[in-house]
Each structure stands twice: as structure tokens, then as C-alpha cells.
Design a protein around this ligand. Structure first.
Ligand SMILES: [Zn+2]
Length: 474
């Protein structure tokens, strides 16, 4: 063999190695597209920017990146390229979901029990179109960090992960055994640094954390260029924004700003909920709060799926029940039938929440999306991502706005908008091919066919099927 020929092979294989990713056999079994270059043709694109959907488009992917996007009749295909026919289908960016958990919640006696789902949940998120997630609070941070690494190494199926440290919560009558309890700001600082040193890249303060706790966590995180979010209560939204918090979770439902008898650093759950029920949908007070949050660049995360179970609709929103083990699914179904239509306050607040999130977005606020698969144990990862999209549409967002909230906005928050979040030349080929037109019916979002991460296309349905009957166990 000629020396130059041998050298060429060496170079070629080294080059291919750079671009091809390694996958364990039980990950590879779910891959449908894994060629260095291919084109998706005749597809409708919602590109994540909020711009109108474009029909009959071509996307060319090369070595894990989007190389070209253009109208089919104006985009020349390289000869011999593999073509994926997207006729009748919609292509959206991979979802960037910012309030996810790798645990499932179910009651244990009279306490709220939380169990890590290290196998099923990463798979489900990914099958449901999420290529990037931020966890919104962690109960097993070491597991979450290991999962992140194993997914990146191709040993497990799942999205890219921004791992949030354990909750910053003061002791309270909530008595949730899995929650991390801190004891004042000094402890909060030590906890933040401990987990940041181990790879956690976000922090979440919880309901009973005080202003001093929050200020300490924010200062420490910001020193490291990391971000802080909160599901708060003892601290009002306005106070948190003034202290420089980056993000608030669950829309406006946890806001204690409207409780006129509120004591600083304390939360009265009942009075807080009542104050929101009394607040009209359109009010000067809410408008002022929104304006203040926007002026302080505080992002707001919509987590509509976690509230939906209290509105008397489907038992498992998004048709997710089949994912659960029978021992959990059956009692939950019975409980739901007994409670059907009984929580009127839940419905009233849910409707307000939809309107408030739309108002915040329309005023120019950065609205993010998450699915928070917790609460009643009826919200299941993956199914919940698609359900969030349907619920945002119910709030009055166009399909294009809905996709933007669930893609580009999340990428902007994570400072990753140059790599992910839209379908554009130069970005990572993180995309979802949907087997229907979501501009004619948003429910077509449930027809996720292929989920692409760094250009590698996975079979969504096959992954969903592999997890059936597992959630609640592993
Ligand atoms: Zn949560």
C-alpha cells in the first residue's frame, strides 16, 4: 500500500472520530439517523425565533451542526445525500425546558415522598422532545451529576443537563423528608460552594428561605457567574427581584406580594392563596409587579402542567398514565375519580395564571417553560413537556410563540443561544421532527417522531414504549 494512501486513511479515520459520537449498544438501539450528513426536506419549520412557520423547507445537517436552512426549491442538495421526507410534518428546535426534575413524587403515609427516576425520566424527557433541561431543584444531586456525565458519554439516553444543587430551604412544617434544609445564610453559602465545586450550575431557593438566605446564595452564585431561581414565599417577588434573583418559578402562583397582612420572612400559605384568588385578572398591582420584574430582568418560568391536575381534567394529562407502574397508577385513578370537579379554587387560579403569563410575555418579560413533574404524581416527564406546549397554546400564545418560549427563551436564559434554541445555520442540530402540522392543531405536538441531538436522530416512540410501566420504580 502506498504511504500517502495509508496516511490518508489515518487522517480520514481521525477526522471521522472527531465528529462521530460513541454510543453504548442499548443507546444505539434507539438511533434511527446517524450519518455525518443528511437533509430533511419538504418540511414545515417553526424555527424558535417566534417568526411565522415556513412551509416546504430543507435543512441540511453536517457533522452534528445545522449547515443550511432554506426553501426546498432554492436549496441544492449535495448528490447522494440521505434525504428524510418531511412532507406533512413539522420541524422545531429541541426543547429547552427549565423546570424539570429527575424524581417522581408520591405520598408516603401523610408525607410527601420523592424518589429518583434515574432510568425512566431522562429517557422520557428526551423522547418528549427535550434536548436540554435545567433541573429545578435536586434531591439526589450526585445522581443527577452522574447521569449528566453518562448521557454526555453516550451511555444513557437523555437530554443535555444543567444540574441544579439541592434546594435551599429553611426548616418548616412542610416536613418533606427529601428536601435539603439549610440553617441560615452562612450554611447557605457553604452549601452553594460545595455543590458548585462538584458541577452544579444552578441554584434554587425554596418557600421558607429568608431574605438573608436568598441574598447570600445570590451573591455566591453570581461570583461564579451562575444563576439563582426560586419557588419562593417567605420572600416576595418584589423583594427577590430587588436582591437580584435571576428567575422565579411557577408563574405568579407562589407570589406572596398581594397578601396585605404578610409578615417579613414568613409565609402564610392560606392567606397567600386567598390573596391571589381575590386579585382580579387585570389589576394595577399585578401590572406594577410585572413591570418591576421586567425592569430587573427577572425571568419567569411557566410550569402549567403541575397545576393542571387540580382542575378536574384528564387523570394523567397528556395521556401519560401508561408510563406508571400499575401499583401507583390504579390508586391514583381511583383518587381522581373521587375528587373530580371538587377543587373550584384550583380551576379559578389556573385560569388567572394562564392570563398572567400571557400578560407578562406581552409586556416584554422573558417567559421560560418547564413541566415540573411533581405535585400529585400525575405529571410524567416527557409527556409533560408536550403538555406544557398545549397549555401555553390554551393561554392564547400562537404556535410560534409557544415554541419560542420552550426553545430560544430557555437558551437565552442559559446563555447558550449561540449554540441551541433555534433552527439556523451554525447551530447544534438539536431538533424535533413531528408527524403532523402543529400550526393547524397544537395537539399534533404529541406525534414526536425523531429527536435529534447533535445531529443524531432517535426514535421517540420506541423510547416512550421502552419506559411503559416503569415510572415510580426506576
Ligand atoms: Zn419543581
Amino acid at each position: 500500500m502506498k504511504r500517502s494512501y495509508v496516511l490518508a486513511i489515518v487522517f480520514l479515520s481521525a477526522w471521522l472520530k472527531c465528529f462521530s459520537q460513541q454510543f453504548a449498544p442499548d443507546v444505539a438501539a434507539y438511533i434511527k439517523i446517524n450519518t455525518p450528513t443528511y437533509a430533511i426536506t419538504h418540511v414545515k419549520i417553526i424555527d424558535g425565533t417566534g417568526n411565522p412557520a415556513m412551509s416546504d423547507q430543507t435543512v441540511i445537517v453536517t457533522n452534528g451542526k445545522i449547515e443550511r436552512v432554506g426553501a426546498y426549491n432554492k436549496t441544492k442538495l449535495p448528490t447522494g445525500i440521505q434525504e428524510i421526507d418531511g412532507t406533512g410534518k413539522t420541524l422545531i428546535p429541541g426543547l429547552v425546558m427549565l423546570h424539570e426534575h429527575l424524581f417522581y413524587t408520591v405520598m408516603a403515609g401523610s408525607h410527601f415522598n420523592i424518589a429518583e427516576m434515574p432510568w425512566s425520566f431522562p429517557r422520557l424527557y428526551f423522547a418528549g422532545g427535550a434536548t436540554t433541561i435545567r433541573t429545578g431543584g435536586s434531591i439526589e444531586p450526585q445522581t443527577d451529576l452522574n447521569l449528566k456525565r453518562m448521557i454526555n458519554e453516550g451511555k444513557m439516553i437523555g437530554p443535555n443537563m444543567d444540574v441544579t444543587a439541592p434546594y435551599f430551604e429553611e426548616a418548616s412544617n412542610y416536613d418533606i423528608p427529601s428536601l435539603n434544609i439549610i440553617n441560615g445564610p452562612k450554611d447557605a453559602v457553604a452549601t452553594a460552594n460545595f455543590w458548585a465545586d462538584r458541577g452544579c450550575t444552578s441554584f434554587k431557593v425554596y418557600v421558607h428561605a429568608t431574605r438573608a438566605d436568598m441574598a447570600a446564595v445570590i451573591a455566591e452564585a453570581h461570583k461564579r457567574n451562575l444563576k439563582v431561581t426560586g419557588h419562593i414565599g417567605a420572600v416576595t417577588y418584589r423583594e427577590a427581584a430587588a436582591m437580584g434573583i435571576d428567575n422565579l418559578e411557577h408563574g405568579f402562583e407562589p407570589s406572596s406580594d398581594f397578601d396585605s397582612l404578610k409578615v417579613p420572612d414568613k409565609i402564610n400559605d392560606y392567606a397567600q392563596k386567598l390573596s391571589l384568588l381575590k386579585l382580579p385578572v387585570k389589576s394595577v398591582k399585578m401590572n406594577d409587579l410585572m413591570q418591576y420584574l421586567i425592569s430587573k430582568h427577572v425571568a419567569l418560568t411557566s410550569t402549567l402542567p403541575v397545576f393542571e391536575p387540580f382542575t378536574g381534567r384528564e387523570t394523567f394529562p397528556g395521556d401519560a398514565g401508561g408510563a406508571l407502574i400499575t401499583e401507583i397508577r390504579e390508586p391514583l385513578e381511583k383518587l381522581c375519580q373521587a375528587q373530580q370537579g371538587k377543587d373550584g379554587a384550583g380551576i379559578a387560579l389556573f385560569k388567572k395564571e394562564l392570563a398572567w403569563e400571557k400578560q407578562f410575555y406581552d409586556m416584554g418579560g422573558l417567559l421560560l417553560a418547564g413541566s415540573d413533574p411533581t405535585g400529585s404524581g400525575r405529571v410524567i416527564a416527557g409527556y409533560s413537556n408536550r403538555r406544557e406546549i398545549e397549555l401555553l397554546a390554551e393561554a392564547g400564545f400562537t404556535p410560534e410563540q409557544t415554541i419560542k418560549i420552550c426553545t430560544l427563551n430557555g437558551a437565552i436564559y442559559l446563555n447558550r443561544q449561540n449554540e441551541i434554541g433555534t433552527i439556523a445555520a451554525g447551530k447544534n442540530a438539536d431538533m424535533v421532527l413531528i408527524g403532523g402540522d402543529i400550526t393547524s392543531d397544537i395537539k399534533n405536538i404529541r406525534k414526536t417522531e425523531l429527536v435529534f441531538k447533535n445531529g443524531v436522530g432517535f426514535d421517540s416512540q420506541k423510547i416512550f414504549d421502552s419506559v411503559k410501566g416503569h415510572v415510580g420504580m426506576n
